[in-house]
Ligand binder design. Sequence first.
Ligand code: F6R
Length: 603
Amino acid sequence: MCGIVGYLGRENCKDILLDGLKELEYRGYDSAGVTILQEEFANFRSVGKLDGLVNKMEDFQVEGFSTGIGHTRWATHGKPTEDNAHPHYGSFTHIVHNGIIENYIEIKRELLQKGYSFTSQTDTEVIVHLFEEKLKSSETNFEAFQKTISELDGAYALLLITKDEPHRIYFAKEGSPLILGTDFENGEQFFASSDAPLIGKVKSVIYFVDGEFGFVEGERVTLYNSTGEIEKIYSQLPKDREVAQKEGFRYFMEKEIYEQFQVVSDTLMGRVLDSKIDFDEFPPELFDGINEIKLCACGTSYHTALASSYLFERVGKFRVSVEFGSEFRYKNPLLTKDTLFVAISQSGETADTLASLKMAKNSGLRTLAICNVDNSSIVRLADHSLLTRAGIEKGVASTKAFATQMVVLYMLSIYVGKLRGNLNVDEVLKEIQTLREIPNTLQVTDDLHEKIKRLSKRYLHGHGFFFIGRDIFYPLALEGALKLKEISYLHAEGYPAGEMKHGPIALADPELFTIALLPKTILYEKTKSNIEELGARDSTICVISPENFDLADDFIRTKPHNHYMLEFFEMMLVVQLLSMEVAIRLQNDVDMPRNLAKSVTVE
Ligand code: F6R
């Protein structure tokens, strides 16, 4: 996810910006850049790690007062190239921006007609040209800035500097985080998109909220919102860097569970349009002559593949098969060229998935990667790739990567269904409406988390856990069981609820804990009977459902929804939180569980 820094003052602007960007590295990025304004602008940008940018700036010196802005970019619109890296610039203005400008195509069209030329494929560049255009009809830079941001739809945290006011930084926030730290004694101002770069530099900060904008000059802040000029109280900054990176959460895993609603919005942005799904990452011809999609992955990513196979067949009405990377590569599979091979991987480095992708390519299949890390081996090898935009995931047990993969595959199933004429207009609209509701469903409420925290104390022992569900809730049961075993080290298995009577039910007794996924919108009565069968054999049962279940020993109530995918995402939150709370009570290292690695580059 992109990061922003800014500085105004007499200290070494270059070092401060580069240090700040270093602190933001943990969020992930694929290019970086800095602009410093003294007499003239100096702009440096480079692709890849920060070292490249540091080398480019080696001979550049800052003397005396200066103003600067910096950025780490995680590509969304346009590839990770130097031209697409921030800061973007016009004739006399430079800008850095986090978020996505949804109406950038319309703005760009108008600016092109007015004679502006663009050097990047980004949505951000429109802002800088729009500002210079607005200036023609404004008395002041601030008026032009106000007019500019009032025309932007979407999410942004942005910093703008312009040549005739070298002692000022303009800022605005809507939907993406932005923080200002002020050193009153030395008249210095520091901006950042999260706490980490500000620690050690300032003690008091302003956390801007949506709709706030203004400018800083010396130690003064001029701040506005829709009601006019406002005063804002400074808050204390956390002292510890790792604490700051965790943003108040106990573990990275917890933070990543909580930020799922935000990253899923990023995943959807620009791809979900009013009546269709749009991917500019590949042409529709990718599907010409394709009769089957083969999904291949490992671990949690395999669970996404399996879950989405229900969507491809039910929503997209398209044939799919699902493969474990470690099995596929050695089974001498029969591959035909009417198959699209889709490799799914959070890290993009998993050895078995990578080897399977190589095999598919060598057999002449068309290939697509669904991945969270741009420029990873899998992304580089595949013909096309869809990035999941989850931001860097630090917890070894995957959470937000799973959620964003699911959303990408859900979008792809609708895309394919529409492309092949398998979905009518109303069906497409219904699925699009559901996609738009997913981020809200992913908000963790205090009530839900508190309930799970309390309940977790009853699940710290026993001889095993069954996670059960039907249909797409079966792969979710597999994922719930994997999460629990990874971080609690308790034995857990996922099963289709209907399979119990074919063997596993022999294990049922009070020390066998069943975590039952009981959605209301799909196969409710069938799943309920399967849970009752286990209850009758005295298994201890925890039911997750929007409907009361009198025979349950424990019950976690989810909200009623009108689509099974909304139930799916809410139940996903529940199993993630439950696994985490059990592991915390067992005093395990939730972020770094024993024997596991974040990127599995060996087979
Ligand atoms: C579980 C987990 C692993 C990975 C698996 C594949 O929480 O993270 O099961 O899903 O190792 O990794 P990627 O998705 O990077 O290919």
